[in-house]
Design a binder for this molecule. Structure first.
Ligand code: GAR
Length: 358
């Protein structure tokens, strides 16, 4: 959808060919660039200095909504492109609609691809990394300006708007992660409050922990559908309770059920899950046993957005642990959990800072 500020992919491919012929380099980066701040400007200036033309691929409006949650983007793709093109360092802006940048990277085939400093070459998703390696594209990770991010800008803007953001935790088990999240909230480190804990297991430890922290704790009858599925009635009850409690973000912590509509749409970009493996490896049940049986030498935890698949949503953070010779699944799980207890509250805090209250 080219406008005056948005270039078509074909134009950029032509630009790449021209630069190549003249022995010059095209630099590509991508992102939402929803609310320009000085961190973006310095990052883009640094990226442009690596080559001769900087192309910025921005996510289309629909994919920003999926990635960042309802209420985003704040600025439409056309407006974002207009702001970016006003920067001296930006030569072209293209829009891509996929959640992942692989398609646009493959089409443009830049000489250099840059990412912000919260990435390392290892944390690029496999699909992107393999593509970049296969095409021989140089990857450059650039440092970010501390304290200057879209999340911190939005957090500052929403300070003083009255109510703290509200988190619900859904879990089926012991609740050690729920405890870590509740403690982070009690210590003022979450950027919001835990307003509700729900479980599909009537006597789950997680409900007792919620009561310790004086947070409403409710058991939901999951119904008797087979294969870990909640009945439609159970899903509706969870949905209605979350809505009634004005929940802004849902954290699944050991919730051993598959989440379906109407929850997925109501909390798109606002529902996180924790999984004890380095996804996409070993999704589903018994992840620790699967990693040991596969002879893996490392495992870890993944925190990701929930989508319609089983453990398939956008990955927000991974933490690795070694698998030691003779480890039992329980020993591995305990090692992974020590990472989860630190990482999960941090990622929840980051996400809360990014979203607007519902
Ligand atoms: C956590 O280790 C989490 O990774 C895992 O359940 C545990 C819950 O522990 N989640 C899954 O297996 C999801 N498929 P907790 O109740 O002590 O927080």
């Amino acid at each position: 959808m080219p406008n005056g500020y948005i270039s078509s992919l074909e134009e950029v491919v032509e630009l790449r060919k021209r630069l190549d012929k003249d022995g010059k380099k095209l630099v590509l980066t991508n992102g939402a660039f929803d609310l320009l701040h000085v961190g973006h400007v310095r990052y883009l200036t640094e990226a442009a200095a690596l080559g001769d033309s900087l192309v910025v691929a921005i996510n289309g409006d629909e994919s920003v909504r999926e990635l960042k949650g309802p209420g985003r983007p704040i600025n439409s793709a056309e407006e974002r492109a207009e702001m970016l093109r006003a920067l001296r360092c930006v030569d072209r802006v293209v829009v891509f609609e996929d959640r992942r940048a692989s398609g646009v990277i493959e089409a443009i085939h830049p000489h250099i691809y840059t990412k912000g400093g919260d990435y390392t070459p290892d944390s690029l998703i496999d699909e992107e990394k393999q593509l970049l390696d296969r095409l021989g594209i140089e990857i450059r990770i650039l440092s970010l300006v501390p304290g200057k991010s879209t999340s911190s800008t939005l957090a500052k803007m929403s300070e003083g708007d009255g109510r703290p953001k509200r988190v619900a935790i859904l879990g089926s088990g012991t609740g050690s992660n729920a405890r870590a999240i509740l403690q982070a909230a009690a210590d003022g480190k979450l950027g919001g409050e835990v307003a509700l804990v729900l479980s599909d297991v009537a006597d789950a430890g997680i409900l007792k922990i919620a009561s310790e922290f004086e947070v409403p704790a409710i058991a939901i009858d999951p119904g008797s559908k087979k294969g870990g599925h909640l009945t439609d009635a159970a899903l509706k009850e969870i949905h209605d309770r979350l809505q009634a409690a004005s929940i802004d973000l849902v954290a699944l912590a050991g919730f051993m059920r598959i989440v379906r509509e109407p929850l997925l749409s109501a909390y798109a970009g606002r529902m996180l899950n924790l999984h004890p493996s380095l996804l996409p490896k070993h999704p589903g049940l018994h992840a620790c046993k699967k990693a040991i049986d596969a002879g893996d030498t490392e495992s870890g935890c993944t925190i990701h957005l929930v989508d319609a698949g089983v453990d398939t949503g956008e990955i927000l953070r991974q933490e690795k642990v070694p698998i030691l010779r003779g480890d039992s699944p329980d020993e591995l799980q305990a090692r992974i959990q020590s990472k989860e207890h630190v990482a999960y509250p941090e990622v929840i805090a980051e996400r809360l800072a990014e979203i607007q209250p519902c």
